[in-house]
Design a binder for this molecule. Structure first.
Ligand code: TYD
Length: 205
């Protein structure tokens, strides 16, 4: 089973992914935690370039191609082998991030993005969308550390990303579960476990 965690900056998904893994551990469900970008050694290097606020790319598609390169290596060397071993893969961001950030945020060509996203046919079984308002998310991100290259984008960019996630959830109702993430960590966690309950039950059998 492949579960992805998605949301805007500061939506709290990484904290909830950690809580989810603890639950899986307690239930003796084998799992692997991973993330994009940066799930492989190569991905870690790509991640540094992508997130560094001092990076400037000179062609519109360089950023997109780096995310795709990160993903292809990640899927082949980390995600697929873990799934083949029967592990549940918990992944912080995946293809939906490319739709939200590069298609909607950067306004790159949709057919190009879909073609590149389809270079791997692996799709998540479940996607948890941590639905947080931009205000709350950016405040959280700002209180954490120096802003990265994406957090530092203008408000319009964040609006586009937010709206794209709403559209993705609406268009993929079987895969997406929306979790209201403006709330306290505990309340968000409760909602997440409620959504995951049937899957945890099935996986614990
Ligand atoms: P990270 O710190 O992992 O994200 P966050 O803490 O916000 O979850 O940084 C990853 C950044 O990369 C995030 O701003 C979203 C962006 N991103 C894309 O623009 N496209 C993609 O395809 C992926 C996977 C991430």
């Amino acid at each position: 089973m492949f579960i992805t965690f998605e949301g805007i900056e500061g939506s709290g998904k990484s904290t909830q992914l950690e809580a989810c893994s603890k639950k899986f551990k307690a239930c003796n469900i084998p799992y692997l935690i991973t993330k994009e970008p940066g799930g492989t050694d190569l991905g870690q290097m790509i991640r540094q370039w992508l997130l560094n606020p001092d990076t400037s790319f000179h062609h519109n598609y360089t950023e997109l191609l780096l995310f795709i390169a990160d993903r292809l290596e990640h899927v082949e060397t980390i995600i697929k082998p873990a799934l083949q071993k029967g592990k549940v893969v918990l992944c912080d961001r995946y293809k939906d991030s490319t739709i939200a950030y590069q298609l909607a945020g950067r306004q790159l060509d949709s057919s190009m993005i879909h073609m590149l996203n389809n270079l791997t046919d692996l799709e998540p079984n479940v996607t948890l969308l941590f639905d947080c308002s931009i205000d709350v998310g950016l405040k959280r991100a700002k209180s954490r550390a120096k802003l990265d290259r994406f957090e530092d984008e203008d408000l319009q960019f964040h609006h586009h990303v937010y709206q794209a996630y709403q559209r993705l959830a609406k268009n993929n109702p079987n895969r997406f579960h929306i979790i209201k993430a403006d709330d306290s960590i505990g309340n968000v966690q409760r909602q997440m476990f409620e959504v995951l309950k049937p899957y945890i039950k099935q996986l614990s059998l």
